[in-house]
Design a protein around this ligand. Structure first.
Ligand code: NAG
Ligand code: NAG
Ligand code: NAG
Ligand code: NAG
Ligand code: NAG
Ligand code: NAG
Length: 477
């Protein structure tokens, strides 16, 4: 299946619009309150307040930012007589209405109407922008439908049919059978097609094969154990206020109280916010949109690779490991992490991996050695006030550099008791490796992959019978 979405869409549009083409429109500099930002903010608001489809944010965010980028590319290629802002508006509108129809009347239609009015377009500019923006967005949506629900059932069945449980594996509880109703939400990503990476399983083997969770028992596992048994525990007497605060920034739960003007509710949206703040005001719309598209795709691919690794290695979470104990560690029955721990396998840290992917793309915009300070406003980016978890209200956060935000994420995940130190460090390597691959291959391959026809999919799930085995979920057509 070819990944030639943009060329294809552009070729079609060219045929359709060639007679209407006229002198090229101004390739405008960014208006002060730019169109791309407004649509990303609206996406955050709708997504984070949970009104609409609940696919993982990086899937839909990549659709939104790629649609904007495709619209600008198409405009360039067709020379259509309308404006950049207008095509970005219609492309974004089409994506959001498709995924969040319930918010159409209340939020999405009004934003488009407001923008189009402010742009002061002629009738024909408006018409051309609409046909072009809609065409690229529909093409993108059509070729990349998020996965079909029924596949999850296949995975559940395959998981249920697997063999025994062993120390070091995610769901190991001595003398207790595997819990077949345990949620497998992360498999959404395993079934997503990457935009740029080759087969993610091959990617893991080729570029990340040296990263593994520690063997249980081993000296390495002793080190991982020691790195967290105190630092991550809610009732460790050495906990400081600063540790608590850092941990509170990086919870696993989200979708709390996000509004149009505050930051997004998760780590993907954090980096979009960081880009808005860090980019110079003179950045052209095209450059800003291109950066956001690359960032969204890198975030998506990182998420996908991480989930392939998490489910492939199936390593146990701290609370379970510590409570259960192992050959060299007595059970610690009441060990409780500072914060809620997401219900998926531990290795590697997803928060750190995704953070580092976003950070690496943003850093590349400025050059690898540039010091880029930025501020992220609002509180939702950090998942404050998760029900059932200790939380604090987060004021705007200033970072002296992009790397500083990565370091904070690492500490946040350790202090919250969610991840062993080694898994955060490996997560950083994963995020950086994925982002660099995306950046390097961006120009070579049009990022508009095509989802295989899911009706003919077979899902294969094997889970490790031995710890440290890598047995990823995969599917074949
Ligand atoms: C877009 O608009 C916002 C709000 O006015 C501004 O702060 C930002 O610098 C602009 N974005 C870019 C990429 O220039
Ligand atoms: C199995 O997992 C489900 C979903 O998390 C949970 O509600 C249930 O209590 C678990 N069952 C056992 C026996 O642990
Ligand atoms: C975590 O690992 C890093 C790098 O390997 C090391 O510098 C740091 O001291 C470790 N921290 C803890 C708490 O083990
Ligand atoms: C850190 O958080 C824990 C758990 O909420 C709490 O018991 C402890 O008092 C906090 N420590 C400080 C110094 O605020
Ligand atoms: C959400 O915001 C409202 C209004 O500011 C506030 O009353 C409410 O407590 C907030 N809810 C959470 C979970 O933070
Ligand atoms: C960044 O710094 C490193 C280490 O000093 C150097 O090797 C590298 O060439 C620098 N990169 C750029 C793009 O200047």
């Amino acid at each position: 299946m070819a990944r030639r979405g943009v060329q294809f869409a552009v070729a079609m549009l060219h045929v359709a619009l060639v007679l209407l083409a006229c002198a090229p429109s101004a390739q405008g500099a960014l208006p002060s309150d730019n169109i791309s930002v407004q649509w990303n903010r609206l996406f955050q608001q709708i997504f984070c307040t949970g009104n609409g489809q609940r696919f993982e944010p990086s899937i839909l965010q990549a659709h939104l930012n790629l649609a904007q980028w495709h619209a600008l590319v198409a405009l360039k290629h067709t020379g259509t007589c309308t404006t950049e802002e207008a095509v970005v508006a219609y492309a974004s509108f089409t994506v959001l209405v498709n995924y969040f129809p319930a918010s159409s009347e209340s939020d999405i239609d009004p934003l488009l109407a407001k923008q189009i009015k402010a742009l002061g377009l002629t009738k024909s500019q408006k018409k051309l922008a609409k046909s072009l923006g809609e065409a690229v967005a529909k093409r993108l949506i059509g070729t990349r439908q998020p996965l079909k629900e029924f596949l999850l059932e296949d995975i559940h069945n395959a998981v249920a049919a697997r063999g025994g449980d062993h120390p070091g594996l995610w769901d190991y509880i001595p003398n207790t059978p595997h819990n077949v109703t345990a949620p497998l939400i992360t498999h959404y990503y395993n079934l997503e097609q990457p935009f740029i990476l080759p087969d993610p399983i091959e990617f893991v083997k080729q570029y990340l094969g040296h990263l593994k969770p520690p063997k249980v028992p081993s000296d390495e596992w002793d080190a991982s154990y020691a790195s967290l048994v105190d630092l991550g525990r809610i009732d460790w007497p050495g906990r400081t206020k600063a540790m608590n605060f850092t941990a509170s920034l990086y919870y696993g739960c989200n979708k709390v109280n996000v509004t149009y003007t505050t930051a997004g509710c998760n780590v993907d949206l954090f980096w979009i916010q960081a880009a808005f703040d860090a980019l110079p005001a003179t950045t052209s719309l095209y450059d800003a949109v291109t950066l956001l598209a690359k960032m969204s795709v890198a975030l998506h691919e990182a998420q996908l690779v991480i989930m392939v690794m998490k489910d492939g290695y199936y390593f146990w979470r701290p609370a379970q490991a510590f409570r259960t104990g192992d050959e060299r560690h007595a059970p610690f029955p009441n060990w409780t992490p500072y914060a809620y721990t997401f219900f998926d396998p531990e290795f590697p840290s997803g928060m750190v991996g995704v953070t580092t992917a976003g950070a690496t793309v943003l850093q590349s915009f400025f050059g690898e050695n540039a010091t880029v300070p930025f501020t992220v406003y609002g509180n939702g980016a950090f998942d404050l006030a998760c029900p059932g978890s200790p939380g604090v209200v987060i004021p705007p956060r200033h970072y002296d550099s992009i790397q500083a935000a990565i370091e904070e994420t690492i500490l946040g995940r350790i202090y919250s008791g969610g991840h062993y130190n080694s898994s955060t460090r490996d997560g950083e390597i994963v995020g950086r490796t994925v982002a660099k691959y995306v950046l390097k291959h961006w120009a070579k391959r049009t990022p508009s992959g095509v989802q295989p026809d899911t009706e003919y999919l077979d899902v294969f799930v094997e889970l490790p019978a031995k710890q440290q085995e890598f047995l990823p979920v995969h599917y074949e057509v």
